[in-house]
Design a protein around this ligand. Structure first.
Ligand code: 0X9
Ligand code: ZN
Length: 301
C-alpha cells in the first residue's frame, strides 16, 4: 500500500499506479513507454477527463537514483489529483497530466539494495568494465556534450556515449515527441537545494521568454513558501547553480515546451539526499501548491 510516511520500492510505486488506473478507468491510464537497461518498465500515468480543449503537462521524477524525495513527491501529486479529481479546480481538470515518477528505475532500486548514494543509471560502458552508468541528466540531446558534463564513464556526471545513448532518456524524449499532446509545461523533480530552475542549463544564456519563466517561477516559489514555509530560489540553472549540458529541461524547452522547470526539492543541505521520511508530507504538500499555481498560469497562455 502506498503512503507518504516512507520511501517506497519501485514495485510499490508501479502497483499504486496500476491500482489508480483500475479504480478510475474513465480518467486514468498507465502506459509503459519503454524499458530501462535492466528491463524495468518506464510507466507513465495519464490523468485526463478527455476534453479536447485541455492543455497538457508532463511531470517526471527519479532521474537521479538517490534523490528519493522526488518520486515520493511526484506520487503524492498523482494521488491528490487522482483521488480528488471531481472536486478539483478547473485549472487542474482542464489539463491532461502525464506523470512518470521514476525515470531511472534501475538506479532507484540500486540505491535501495546496494549503494544509497548512486546517481546514474546502470547501463555499463563497453570497454570500461569498472565503471557503470551515465548521468541521464547529461544525456538529453540539446547541446549534448557541452559544459558541466563528463566524457569519463567513471564520472558521476558522465554524459553517455552519445545523445540519447541511454534507454531511459531516449524513451522519455520519444514519448514527448511522439505524443499527440501539446505540452505547455515540463516539470522535473530533483533534490536537493530548494531551487526552481529554468533554462538554459548548458550555458549562461537565457531563452527569449526568460521573463515569463522568471515570473511564473517566482509565483510558484511564493505559493510553496506560503503553504509550507520553505524558501525556493528562482533563476536559470546555469546562473543560479552551474552550467550543465544535456539536461532534460533544456531539451524540453528546445522542443518548444514553454514552462520547463527543474525543481530541486528540500532540504538545503542538512540532510541532503538522505532526507528523513518525516519530510515527505510537508515537502510534497507545498510542492502541490506550486503545481496549482503553474496550472493556473498555463490557462493564461
Ligand atoms: O546537475 C543536475 O543535473 C541538477 N542538479 S542535481 O543536484 N539534482 O543533480 C540540476 C540540473 C539543472 N538543469 C540543467 N543543468 N539543464
Ligand atoms: Zn538530480
Amino acid at each position: 500500500r502506498m503512503t507518504w510516511k516512507q520511501y517506497h520500492r519501485l514495485e510499490d510505486i508501479h502497483g499504486f499506479m496500476d491500482y489508480l488506473a483500475k479504480t478510475y478507468p474513465k480518467i486514468i491510464s498507465v502506459n509503459t513507454i519503454g524499458k530501462s537497461y535492466e528491463g524495468r518498465d518506464l510507466k507513465v500515468l495519464r490523468i485526463s477527463d478527455g476534453k479536447p480543449t485541455n492543455k497538457a503537462v508532463f511531470i517526471d521524477g527519479g532521474i537521479h537514483a538517490r534523490e528519493w524525495i522526488s518520486p515520493a513527491t511526484v506520487t503524492y501529486l498523482i494521488n491528490q489529483i487522482a483521488e480528488n479529481f471531481d472536486e478539483e479546480s478547473d485549472d487542474i481538470k482542464n489539463i491532461d497530466w502525464y506523470i512518470l515518477p521514476v525515470v531511472n528505475p534501475d538506479g532507484y532500486e540500486y540505491t535501495h539494495v546496494k549503494d544509497r548514494l548512486w546517481r546514474k543509471n546502470r547501463k555499463p560502458t563497453i570497454g570500461t568494465r569498472a565503471c557503470v552508468g551515465a548521468d541521464l541528466n547529461r544525456n538529453f540531446g540539446y547541446r549534448w556534450g557541452g559544459k558541466g558534463a563528463s566524457s569519463n564513464p567513471c564520472s558521476d556526471i558522465y554524459r553517455g556515449a552519445r545523445a540519447f545513448s541511454e534507454p531511459e532518456s531516449k524513451a522519455v524524449s520519444e514519448f514527448i515527441k511522439n505524443s499527440a499532446a501539446n505540452f505547455s509545461a515540463y516539470l522535473t523533480y530533483h533534490s536537493y537545494g530548494q531551487y526552481l530552475l529554468y533554462p538554459w542549463g548548458y550555458d549562461t544564456a537565457v531563452p527569449p521568454d526568460h521573463k515569463d519563466l522568471d515570473i511564473v517561477g517566482k509565483s510558484i516559489a511564493a505559493a510553496i513558501e506560503n503553504t509550507g514555509g520553505s524558501k525556493y530560489s528562482v533563476g536559470s540553472s546555469s546562473g543560479l547553480l552551474y552550467p550543465a549540458s544535456g539536461g532534460s529541461d533544456d531539451w524540453a524547452k528546445a522542443q518548444g515546451i514553454k514552462y520547463a522547470f527543474t525543481i530541486e526539492l528540500s532540504d538545503t543541505g542538512r540532510y541532503g539526499f538522505i532526507l528523513p521520511t518525516s519530510f515527505i508530507e510537508p515537502v510534497a504538500r507545498e510542492s502541490l501548491a506550486g503545481v496549482r499555481v503553474l496550472a493556473s498560469q498555463i490557462h493564461k497562455l
